[in-house]
Design a protein around this ligand. Structure first.
Ligand code: EPZ
Length: 417
């Protein structure tokens, strides 16, 4: 199984270019099912999650071809509404995002319940509640969800929690429903706006994305379109944390600085200098980073996907920081591995207390999920000695060529098969 071998690599310098957002590309690829013609999505990151999504689209009867500029063209004249393979859906939980489009296009869908993952139980009750409100008849049994509705009807939906996936699924379902759907307490993440921009390009009528209230007026049909996904704000934030933990100076290209505000604000609070350009930021670390508390929240709060990478940075900051994870119930899986590298961290429920300015030392550690894995790479860069990180397939679900990008910044990292 592939591993990363990382040696102490301080004061990384240079520039790194950020790829397209995984968490934007996945719902947008699902949304291509809403049209019967060709859609081409550009700047799609070459990640295993994306490969799993495009394999799923092929299983649903779509033709999927790669084009230049990291493009993927999808054409699905007549989708097959059956995704009952647990193996497929459990490998990629975002597979569940085809539920809304299939129900809207075919009037029925049979899909495996995604099940949980290491960071949490990941229920889909909010997705199902919204579809039911639009008239879908939902049955569940033997790990399979069946939803049927000849034609969904627009209605008012209030989400108990601003779930990103539920908001995305319901926007897609409502875009071909009869009448208007209003989603209140909707997620406002940039990826929701990107998805909505794509659907509106296809002929959709959606207003309010990026606010808590989204209005979708259903249309008869949508046409295939071309679209370029936004840059990945979590990959960008991860490389900002690379500069911070290695006391380096890195120019991070192809970003939307506005999307990074919760992250760059925290970095500045820790004493890091962050300069913003139109489509880049320069992160210039400080010799003595200050401990800063973080509490993960839905956007525009501090993103849960940055909690693990930022926690690694806090292990070398001065004094103690308190990290509260409010989104997922089990997102401290990186902590036991950081402790093996000499970090002093105590966990109480959803709170981790990090005693800073500890010297990290290289060790054999294991990636458990993509963001926890990224956190271990960051810690390994700052640790004395060598670190061997196994199960890096988790990391490569969310980060393209991380070893190559870090090497270009001067890091000592190799990928072994
Ligand atoms: C998306 O997951 C992202 N994944 C996650 O990124 C991200 O961490 C998360 O949003 C939060 O920002 C993709 O976009 C593919 P949620 P999603 O629905 O949609 C609860 C990464 O590392 N919930 O907003 O699954 C749920 O249990 C991944 O790139 C319900 O209770 O997130 C969780 O506690 C990890 N019922 C919370 O809401 C539901 O029906 C947030 O989930 C749905 C969600």
């Amino acid at each position: 199984m592939p591993k990363f071998i990382v040696s102490n690599s301080m004061h990384l310098e240079g520039s790194v270019s950020i790829g397209g957002s995984k968490n934007s590309a996945l719902p947008i690829l699902a949304a291509t099912l809403l049209a019967s013609g060709n859609s081409t999505i550009y700047e799609v990151p070459d990640l295993s999650d994306i490969q799993n999504m495009t394999s799923l689209l092929s299983c649903l009867g779509a033709s999927v071809t790669k084009t230049d500029n990291k493009g993927i063209t999808v054409c699905c004249k007549k989708p097959l509404p059956d995704v009952s393979s647990y193996e497929l859906v459990s490998k990629l939980r975002a597979s569940f995002l085809v539920t809304g489009p299939l129900l809207a296009r075919c009037g029925r869908v049979k899909i495996s319940m995604p099940g949980g993952c290491k960071i949490g139980s990941r229920p889909v009750d909010l997705h199902l509640k919204g579809l039911q409100a639009m008239g879908a008849k939902i049955t569940q049994g033997h790990g399979i969800i069946e939803a049927r509705c000849k034609k969904l009807t627009g209605t008012k939906i209030y989400l108990d929690f601003p779930s990103v996936g539920a908001t995305e699924n319901l926007i897609m379902a409502a875009s071909l429903a009869d009448g208007q759907t209003i989603i209140e307490n909707a997620a406002v993440e940039p990826e929701i706006v990107d998805l909505t921009n794509f659907i509106n390009l296809m002929g959709g009528k959606i207003v309010g994305a990026g606010t808590g209230t989204i209005k979708i007026t259903g249309v008869e049909e949508l046409s295939g379109q071309t679209h370029t996904v936004i840059p990945d704000r979590i990959e960008a934030g991860t490389y900002a944390a690379v500069a911070a933990i290695t006391k380096g100076k890195i120019r991070i290209e192809n970003v939307i600085p506005d999307h990074l505000k919760p992250i760059t604000a925290k970095m500045r609070e820790a004493g890091v200098t962050v300069t913003e350009g139109d489509n880049y930021i320069i992160v210039d670390a400080t010799e003595k980073p200050k401990a800063t508390d973080i509490k993960t929240l839905p956007y525009p709060g501090f993103p849960t996907d940055m909690q693990a990478p930022y926690s690694s940075f806090m292990t070398v900051a001065e004094r103690t920081s308190v990290i509260i994870e409010t989104i997922f119930e089990n997102r401290f899986l990186h902590v036991p591995e950081l402790v093996r590298m000499g970090a002093h961290v105590k966990i109480e429920g959803r709170t981790a207390v990090i005693e800073g300015s500890k010297k990290l030392t290289g060790a054999q550690v294991k990636a458990t999920d993509l963001r926890a894995g990224a956190a271990l790479v960051l810690a390994a860069l700052a640790a004395d000695g060598d670190t061997e990180i196994s199960e890096i397939e988790h990391i490569e679900r969310g980060y393209c060529n991380m070893d190559k990008k870090l090497t270009s910044l001067g890091a000592n990292i190799t990928r072994t098969e």
